[in-house]
Unconditional design. Structure first.
Length: 165
C-alpha cells in the first residue's frame, strides 16, 4: 500500500487538472486580447485613413472657395470700375451741357430773358433725367453686386458638394 491516501492523490490530480485548465484559459484569453489588439490596430489605421481623406477633401474645398473669392473680388472690382466710368461720362455730359447753356446765355442776353420759361422747363426735365439716371445707376450697382454674390454662392455650394460647374 502506498503512503499517500487515495483522497490526497485525487486532490493532487484535481489540482493539476485545474492548473492545466487555468493555463488553457489564460492562453485563450491572451489570444482573444491579441485579436482585439489586432482589431484595434485595424480601426486605428482606418481612422487615420479617414482623417487623411477628410483633410484632403477639406483642403480641396478651401482651395475652390479661395478661387471663388478671388474671382468674385475681380468681378466686383470690374463692376465698380464700370460704374465709375459711367458716372464720370455722365458728369462730363452734364458739364458740357452746363457750359453750352452758359455760353448761349452770355452770347445773347436778350434771348436769355425771352427764353427763360423754356429754359426752366428744359432744366426741370434735365434734373428729372439726372435723378432717374442716378437712381438707375444705383439700382444697377445693387443688381451687379447681388448677381455676383449669387454666383459666388453657387460656386461655394459646388465646391462644398463636389459638383463640377
Amino acid at each position: 500500500m502506498s503512503l499517500i491516501p487515495v483522497w490526497a492523490k485525487a486532490l493532487i490530480v484535481a489540482g493539476m487538472v485545474l492548473a492545466i485548465l487555468a493555463a488553457v484559459a489564460a492562453w485563450r484569453i491572451s489570444l482573444i486580447e491579441d485579436g482585439k489588439t489586432i482589431e484595434r490596430a485595424g480601426w486605428v489605421e482606418r481612422d487615420r485613413q479617414a482623417a487623411e481623406t477628410s483633410a484632403k477633401e477639406t483642403q480641396r474645398r478651401l482651395e475652390r472657395q479661395g478661387d471663388s473669392n478671388r474671382e468674385t473680388a475681380t468681378k466686383l472690382a470690374a463692376a465698380g470700375a464700370a460704374v465709375r466710368r459711367e458716372r464720370d461720362s455722365a458728369g462730363k455730359l452734364r458739364d458740357d451741357l452746363d457750359a453750352a447753356t452758359a455760353a448761349r446765355r452770355s452770347a445773347d442776353p436778350a434771348a436769355a430773358v425771352v427764353c427763360a420759361p423754356a429754359e426752366a422747363d428744359r432744366d426741370l426735365h434735365a434734373g428729372l433725367f439726372q435723378r432717374a439716371d442716378d437712381t438707375a445707376g444705383e439700382l444697377a450697382t445693387i443688381a451687379n453686386a447681388r448677381g455676383i454674390a449669387g454666383s459666388q454662392c453657387e460656386a461655394l455650394y459646388d465646391a462644398l458638394t463636389g459638383a463640377k460647374p
